[in-house]
Write a protein of this length. Structure first.
Length: 273
């Protein structure tokens, strides 16, 4: 399992804040065991002891002399719903040669608490002091009241007061090789980040899928999707693009951080690199 790949001239580093598990009922609500079991056999890396094996993941990109961090994990914790677990994103970055001070852009896929956790330190100063933070406008508007009251969302609002934040909507260029691509549904402003360089492509897909079964079963939605018909449409569009363009797929929650979408016996399959 590689943790660093290159797409043309762009280096992509897979980062882990922390691994955790979620109940299958949250990932595959309303599905029969007989529907799920073939996919559990097909993807053993996604089987935890008691449910889905997942992670709060992030990616660092080096492109055109800039360092871009996509998402910032659950944060230092202690994280109540995970029994007081603590994230280690900043340590994982340093272990993999990415200095938090070198980050020029923090690009957020969406405003759920497991994607913004390390934005600010305990004194509400940016953990990435030299970065602009890009926040999807659709989420900024949708989660507005929660941004003031929810502890993890407290990782977002102060960025505005500090003048460190830009709202993005539509396709937005981050560097000549990296651009934001709206993939709404999981949240209204959910955004993926497309890397295209030297004839190669990769897509950091955020929470377009939580389990690789969804690359085939594009209408299967976890309880977390705000609008399941819209998230299903985005998922279908994304996996079709990944398959036809032979692009690398990078799903933030998969324990296998990079893969390809291929067809085997008529079904779409996520093949880890
Ligand atoms: Zn998530």
């Amino acid at each position: 399992m590689p943790t660093k790949i290159t797409i043309g001239s762009v280096e992509v580093v897979a980062l882990v804040d922390l691994p955790f598990e979620l109940p299958w009922s949250m990932i595959f609500p309303g599905r029969e065991a007989s529907e799920i079991e073939p996919y559990q056999k097909m993807y053993p890396f996604a089987n935890g002891k008691n449910g889905l094996q997942t992670q709060a993941g992030a990616y660092a990109l080096r492109s055109q002399g800039k360092t871009v961090l996509v998402d910032s994990g659950l944060g230092p914790g202690p994280i109540a719903f995970l029994g007081g677990a603590r994230g280690r994103l900043l340590d994982d970055m340093r272990d993999k040669g990415v200095d938090p001070d070198s980050v020029d852009i923090v690009a957020i896929t969406h405003l759920h608490g497991d994607h913004v956790g390390w934005n600010l330190d305990g004194e509400r100063k940016p953990n990435f002091p030299n970065a602009r933070y890009l926040i999807p406008q659709g989420d900024w508007e949708y989660f507005n009241t929660m941004l003031e009251t929810n502890a993890q969302m407290g990782q977002v609002m102060p960025l505005n007061d500090l003048g460190k934040m830009n709202l993005i909507s539509g396709e937005t260029e981050l560097t000549a090789d990296v651009r934001a691509m709206p993939t709404p549904g999981h949240t209204p402003g959910h955004t993926s980040y497309l890397i295209a360089s030297g004839g190669e492509k990769a897509l950091i897909t955020g929470d377009v899928a939580h389990h690789p079964a969804q690359v085939n079963e594009t209408t299967w939605c976890p309880v977390f999707d705000e609008d399941s018909s819209e998230s299903s449409a985005s998922r279908k569009r994304v996996v079709e693009m990944l398959e036809s363009d032979r692009a690398i797929a990078a799903f933030c929650h998969f324990p296998e951080p990079f893969g390809k979408i291929v067809r085997i016996e008529g079904k779409r399959v996520f093949q880890a690199l």
